[in-house]
Every structure is written in C-alpha cells, then in structure tokens.
Write a protein that binds this ligand. Sequence first.
Ligand code: UDP
Ligand code: GLC
Ligand code: MN
Length: 337
Amino acid sequence: MADQAFVTLATNDSYTRGAMVLGKSLRNHNTSKKLVALIGPQVSEPCQSVLRRIYDEVRVVDVLDSGDTAHLAMMKRPDLGVTFTKLHCWTLTHYSKCVFMDADTMVLSNIDELFDREELSAAPDPGWPDCFNSGVFVFRPSMETYGKLLQYCTEHGSFDGGDQGVLNGYFSDWSTADISKHLPFIYNLSSIAIYTYLPAFKQYGGNAKVVHFLGKTKPWSYTFDPKAKQISGSVQDATSHPTFLMDWWLLYSSTVVPMLQEQYGDQPFHSGCVEFPYSDVVTCESGQGESSSLYAQAHQPLMSSEERKQKWEQGQADYMGMDSFDNIKRKLDVFLK
Ligand code: UDP
Ligand code: GLC
Ligand code: MN
C-alpha cells in the first residue's frame, strides 16, 4: 500500500550502514510497503546516495537532542540523546500508518502483517517488560501527536534521556490497556535476551522475525573478513548472537559494500571488511564517534584469566568467544573424564 511505510533513522554514517542493511533485509523479504529513512544533515553524500537506492524516500531532518546527560549516564549511553530525533517520524503525514524500526534492526522474514496493528503497538523491553522497547513500533503520523510529544518532552523530559522514556511516558497505558498492542517478542528480539534467558531463546529464537542489535556494540563495531567469513573485534563487549551477527555481515558485505564502493570510487572509505581496499589503513568510526584502527580492533589484547573471572562474576561473559557454550562444554568434559 502506497500510504504505509517502514521508517528508520540515522543521524550519522555509522547508523546509516545499519539503515542500509535494514532496508535491504526488508526488500529481500518482499515488503509491499514504502521505505523511508530520516537522516541527519551530517550523513555524507555517498552514504545518502546509497540510501536513496534502497529507500523510496530519504528525508533530512533536524537533529533533536535531549541534552539530558544525567539520565543517559544511568544507561551508560551518552550517545542516545539524539534519539529524540525519532519523534520526527510523526510528521510523515503523507502516510496513514507506519512501522518505525531502529537502524540496528534487521528483518528475517516478511513482517507486513504489523500494519494490521494500531498505534502504539510495540514489544516489551527486555530490561523492564512493563515498558515497550522503542526499537520497533507501529504508529500513525499526525502533526497533532507530534506537537503533543514535543510538549510532553518540554514538560516531563524523558526518564532515560532518549525517545523510549518519552514514548513510554506519553503512551503510558500501553502495558495495561490493550493486549493487541503488545507485539510478540519475535518482532523485536534483542540480542540481550539471548544471555538473559538462553533456554527461551533456544525454544523460541528460531521463530524470530526481527533481530535488534540493542546495546552499545553494534554489528558495524566489528570487523569482518568476507573470505574467511570471520567476525573479529569488540569481542569483550559481545552480546549479539553469532548467527544473527553473521547474517548482518553477510548481507552488508554482499549487497551494501559494493554500492558504497561505487559511490566512493577511488576515495578511501571505511567498509569494516578487511579485504576491501584501504580498509586496513583507515579508522573505524563506532556509534559513539570514537575511532580506533581496524587492525587494533581486530587484534585486541586477550584478557588475563583474572580479568575474565571478574567479568564473568559481573555477568559480562564473552558468550561468543572464550566463554562460548562449546568452550564451557569442552572444559566440563575434561573435568568429567
Ligand atoms: N540513532 C542515530 N544516531 C545515533 C544514535 C541513535 O541515528 O547517534 C538512531 C538509530 O536509528 C538507532 C536508534 O536511534 O537505531 C536508537 O539508538 P540505538 O539503536 O543505538 O539504541 P539501543 O537500541 O541500543 O538502545
Ligand atoms: C532503547 C531503545 C532505543 C531507544 C533508546 C533510547 O533501549 O532500544 O530504540 O532509542 O532506548 O530511549
Ligand atoms: Mn536499537
């Protein structure tokens, strides 16, 4: 339907890569809806061009920032003040209904059925299930709602410093009023659930329709070797499921990187793939605007066993690496023998 759209947001080139993969994943699963990307003016011209090839509409919007450092610090995500920019999605009034999706989400099957739901439908947040997670939600664009949301921000602020705090404050009866507005968790499966409730993930994870790489470390924070099909870097913060992360990288390296290469021509750019030209000498921009060399990222020093023990005791196991299920099983087998 022409008046229904999937909408995402990217204020910088890093998140734009996520938006490109999201758009591609929606197209690959034959969505019949329009695709809209809201972007910040900071997004580079080549990245905008690639976005325009994937999305029906790319709209530059003002970056709104909550500036609420105190609340953002509590989440350890100083970068998320700009997620207020998401509220611009209500201004897309040439659509009657939309589904917003964070740029760090990827679809695993067709999800057009979400348009049968009403505003505001969303899945529970894994950290506080009486709140919804604002990484995927169904809404109806309306200037009136947009105005009221901005007014809400001015009067009440956001309890987390980002859009999710505002939206949960504004749509405050979400958890009690209408169960049809509770999207099943498989429409916003955050990688966090994998280590907070592994048995449930094993039981239901196979039905996932949308994966959300929620948290500080994003797929594009890693480095990928397409030949060896190997992901490296940022392993200490790894919270993503290796299969989903691999799916993201396979889609990115096979479909998005060639388009970026075309746009950049001879200019060096960061693809995150080790085999592409220049990628071993340029720096890698993370979501937080930090820079570190790809080589350094790929060859991070290993932790001492004492550091590892401390991390493990703090609940920060390296499930993809040293503390992977296979490694633990191997160790147990040795003990049992
Ligand atoms: N976002 C953005 N630029 C930023 C931070 C966030 O464009 O610097 C957008 C992007 O769409 C992102 C969403 O806001 O997916 C929410 O941020 P993020 O996904 O990092 O939050 P999380 O889901 O990890 O809590
Ligand atoms: C969350 C959501 C994200 C939102 C952020 C800030 O964890 O996943 O979409 O932007 O909080 O409120
Ligand atoms: Mn997200």
